[in-house]
Design a protein around this ligand. Structure first.
Ligand code: NAD
Length: 340
């Protein structure tokens, strides 16, 4: 039996577009990278040449190309909404990097456009790859199995080396913390019902926004999750989760490849950014996406357009809590928001 091949077009030839193109080319079966688009054409051309694809300067042209069966949107956050809607209009599957859009109103457009297609197919996936990381999946399995009793509390820490230029309180949440905002309710099996933010001392390395930020999410089932987001932690990319159960506690440990023993100490290195920590998760996410396209069966772990919207509704509630000096704010339900 000949293997099915899905021809993938990637919009955005930056860090993530390059990572996805390389992983698809080298480590994912059943797919080829057939097209790369970037508004910076030389960048698109260089990446396209490295994977044997056709370069485009316009993402909308790539979407229409008959050499493209499915699209990855890995361009800047504010471009996702228009590009994802264009992929839906072409009735092709799309994996949008997070966030699905920059506002909940834009994400609602995507949910509504997908629902309006004939047969309401599940065409939109969102790149929340923590759901595919083996340690994060195993932690989730502990919650599902209930081996240590019910989950009572969760903690998350998300630290990076530096923030990007122009980061604001909102973009720190919608661009970075959005990973935890999506993963924690998925981990705990319950949507976020209410949030609150907690002020803390400001780092001298952060300009123009609060860093670190502390906030909490409470699920509909009553579980409280504490979240630390510290974009300018300087020492490396460090993301951890812990769930406290009635009879035990389970935490993720970053998978390490090497331990060095020298000068009277054992040490392991920390990645300077997210790529090393999540490489395996991106690969599994891409393979799962290709398999779901080919089988026509959505992958249960893959984030949908509704999940992308849900995460942005939590961001809205967190921003409101910040504005109200840390008051607890309820998160509007997706169905109420879709009706509004
Ligand atoms: N899942 C994750 O862990 C993860 C990690 C980092 C970034 N991201 C997301 O991936 C996306 C890309 O991030 P990045 O770090 O690769 O950024 P980047 O700046 O390195 O690359 C973005 C590329 O998109 C191109 N671009 C911008 N607007 C375009 C348009 N309208 N049409 C075509 N090309 C356009 C830019 O020229 C640039 O080459 C962002 O949405 C970001 O939030 C996700």
């Amino acid at each position: 039996m000949s293997e099915k091949i899905t021809r993938v077009g990637i919009i955005g030839a930056g860090i993530m577009g390059t990572d996805h193109a390389t992983l698809l080319h080298e480590s994912v079966s059943g797919a080829v990278v057939s097209a790369i688009a970037d508004m910076d054409l030389p960048k698109a051309t260089a990446l396209a040449e490295s994977v044997g694809a056709k370069p485009f300067s316009d993402g909308f042209e790539l979407i229409k190309s008959d050499q493209v069966d499915a699209v990855i949107v890995a361009s800047a956050d504010m471009t996702h909404h228009d590009l994802v809607l264009a992929v839906l209009a072409a009735e092709k599957p799309v994996l949008s990097e997070k966030p699905l859009a920059t506002t909940s109103a834009e994400a609602r457009d995507v949910v509504i456009a997908e629902r309006a297609l004939p047969g309401s197919p599940s065409l939109v996936s969102v790149g929340f790859m923590r759901r595919f990381d083996p340690t994060c999946v195993e932690l989730h399995q502990n919650v599902v199995d209930g081996k240590y009793g019910p989950a009572l509390l969760a903690h998350s820490v998300s630290r990076g080396t530096t923030s990007g230029p122009g980061t604001t309180n909102r973009s720190a949440l919608s661009n970075s913390a959005i990973h935890e905002i999506d993963y924690l309710p998925w981990l705990l099996g319950s949507a976020v019902a209410e949030v609150s933010t907690i002020g803390t001392k400001q780092s001298g390395n952060a300009v123009g926004f609060q860093d670190p930020q502390m906030f909490s999410l409470r699920t509909e089932t009553g579980i409280l999750a504490s979240c630390e987001l510290f974009l300018n932690a300087r020492y490396g990319h460090d993301v951890r989760f812990e769930v406290v159960f009635e009879h035990g506690a389970v935490s993720t440990v970053e998978p390490t490849l090497l331990q060095t023993s020298a000068e009277l100490s054992h040490s392991t290195s920390i990645g300077p950014d997210w790529r090393r920590r999540w490489r395996n998760a991106y690969r599994i996410e891409l393979q799962s996406w290709i398999e779901s396209i080919q089988t026509g069966k959505p992958n249960a772990a893959m984030a949908t357009a509704r999940d992308g919207l849900a995460s942005l509704l939590v961001v809205d509630a967190l921003v409101k809590s910040q504005e109200l000096g840390g008051e607890t704010v309820s998160v509007i339900s997706i169905d109420d928001f879709l009706r509004s």
